[in-house]
Design a protein around this ligand. Structure first.
Ligand code: NDP
Length: 243
C-alpha cells in the first residue's frame, strides 16, 4: 500500500469520525472502527470512498485484548502495519464514586485506558521495524484537573497521560512519537446529556465562550501526525482556555 496508514479507534461519530475524514482527506488509508454502530461505520466508509479516499471498516471492541489482536491481524495482512495510531475510543460515566459497581469501573478503565495499551502493543513492532510511527492519544482536561462525579473517567485519562509520557521515552530511540491531546468540552454526543441550561452555564465557564468542535480537534490530531519528530511526550491542552 503506497498511502500512509492510520487506525482511528471509535470513529463512528464525534471526534473519531472527524479524525477519519481529516486523515482520508490528507491521503491516508484509514482503518475505521467502533464497537456497536456498524451502520454509522458504513455511512462513513461511503463518505470517504465517494470523496476519492481510501478506508477499511474494522469493527470491534477495543477494550478486549483478543479483539484488538484480531483487528491487527487484518491490518498486518492488508498493509503490514500502521504509520499512525489514534487511540480515541472512549466512554463517559457520571455519578458518585460510591455508587459505582466493579463492572462499571472496569468498563471505563478498559475502554479509555487499557484499549490504548492493547492497540499500542500491537502497533509498535511494525513501527519499530520501520523506525518511524506516531501514536496520538485522545485524553481529557479532566485527566489533568479531575472532575467531580467523573472519578473513573478522570483516572482513566490521567492514566492515558502517564502512558503517553512514559511510552514517548521508551519509543523515542526508535523514532516513534507519542503525544496526547487533553480535550476540553467538545460538541459531540458524549455531551448530549446536557440540557440547554447546563450547556449555557458550561459555555460561560469557558474563556473561549463555546464548546470546541470535533473538526478542530481532528485538525490538531492530523497536525500531530505530521509534526516535527522532536515533539514527543506532550499532553497538549485543547480546551478554549478552560484550564
Ligand atoms: P462519542 O461518544 O461521540 O464517540 C465515542 C466513539 O467511541 C464512538 O465511535 C463509539 O462507538 C466508540 N467506542 C466506545 N467504546 C468503544 C469500544 N469499546 N470499542 C470501539 N469503539 C468504542 O465521543 P467523543 O467523540 O466525544 O469522544 C472521543 C474521545 O474524546 C473519547 O476518548 C473521549 O473521552 C475524548 N474526549 C471527549 C470530550 C468531549 O467533550 N466530547 C472531552 C475530552 C475527551 P460505538 O458506541 O458505536 O462503539
Amino acid at each position: 500500500m503506497k498511502r500512509k496508514t492510520v487506525l482511528v479507534t471509535g470513529s463512528s461519530r464525534g471526534i473519531g469520525r472527524a479524525c477519519a475524514l481529516a486523515f482520508a482527506g490528507a491521503g491516508y488509508h484509514v482503518f475505521i472502527n467502533c464497537r456497536n454502530s456498524t451502520d454509522k461505520l458504513e455511512t462513513l466508509e461511503r463518505e470517504i470512498l465517494d470523496a476519492g479516499g481510501s478506508c477499511t471498516k474494522l469493527p470491534g471492541d477495543v477494550s478486549s485484548p483478543e479483539t484488538v489482536r484480531s483487528l491487527f491481524r487484518e491490518i498486518t495482512a492488508s498493509c503490514g502495519g500502521l504509520d499512525v495510531l489514534v487511540n480515541n475510543a472512549g466512554i463517559a460515566h457520571f455519578g458518585l464514586l460510591n455508587d459505582m459497581s466493579d463492572r462499571e469501573w472496569r468498563n471505563v478503565l478498559d475502554t479509555n485506558l487499557s484499549s490504548a495499551f492493547y492497540c499500542c502493543r500491537e502497533a509498535i513492532p511494525y513501527m519499530v521495524s520501520k523506525k518511524q510511527g506516531r501514536i496520538i492519544n485522545i485524553s481529557s482536561m479532566w485527566g489533568t484537573s479531575g472532575a467531580s462525579c467523573e472519578a473513573a473517567y478522570s483516572a482513566s485519562k490521567a492514566g492515558l497521560d502517564g502512558l503517553t509520557r512514559a511510552l514517548a521515552k521508551e519509543l523515542a530511540p526508535s523514532n516513534i512519537q507519542v503525544n496526547a491531546i487533553a480535550c476540553g468540552v467538545i460538541d459531540t454526543e458524549m455531551n448530549g446529556r446536557l440540557n440547554n441550561e447546563e450547556r449555557t452555564a458550561l459555555e460561560e465557564e469557558i474563556p473561549a465562550g463555546r464548546f470546541g468542535t470535533a473538526e478542530e480537534t481532528a485538525r490538531l490530531v492530523l497536525m500531530l501526525a505530521e509534526a516535527p519528530s522532536y515533539l514527543t511526550g506532550q499532553v497538549i491542552g485543547m480546551d478554549g482556555g478552560f484550564l
